[in-house]
Each structure stands twice: as structure tokens, then as C-alpha cells.
Write a protein that binds this ligand. Structure first.
Ligand SMILES: [Zn+2]
Length: 76
């Protein structure tokens, strides 16, 4: 019976860590590759979008272009 609790705790911990990671990214600004405008996105958008390094497949709210670069807060 013990392993079920351990498994549940591990899954819950992994889920929380994933949610915290995504919410951290959601604080950052994103810059559109097409129109170079900066915008922020909902963390749920990040969760369901593909990304490669700091490039995200997120639709720009200004021009509708899909593809933007994450801008780190440290560089701002
Ligand atoms: Zn754009």
C-alpha cells in the first residue's frame, strides 16, 4: 500500500515543479520575430506550446505571426 502513496507524492511533486517552472517563464516578456513587438503570455499558452531553447511557437497578439523569442528579465 505504501508505494501508492510514494508514487502519488512523486507525481504531485513533479506536477508542482512543472507548474512553477512554466509560471516562471510566463513572467518573462516575449518578442515577436515578425514585428519585433514585446508582449507577455498566459502560462497555459506556454504549457501547450512547443519551444526550442528560447524560441517559442506562440502566436503574436499584434500581427498573428507564430514564433517569438523569450526575453529574459535579467537582460531587460
Ligand atoms: Zn508580431
Amino acid at each position: 500500500m505504501g508505494w501508492i502513496i510514494v508514487t502519488a507524492v512523486v507525481i504531485a511533486a513533479a506536477f508542482i515543479l512543472c507548474a512553477l517552472y512554466v509560471k516562471q517563464i510566463a513572467k518573462h516578456n516575449f518578442r515577436c520575430k515578425e514585428c519585433s513587438k514585446e508582449f507577455t503570455v498566459n502560462w497555459r499558452t506556454i504549457l501547450f506550446s512547443q519551444h526550442y531553447e528560447n524560441e517559442y511557437e506562440i502566436k503574436c497578439p499584434h500581427c498573428g505571426h507564430k514564433g517569438c523569442t523569450e526575453i529574459s528579465e535579467k537582460n531587460a
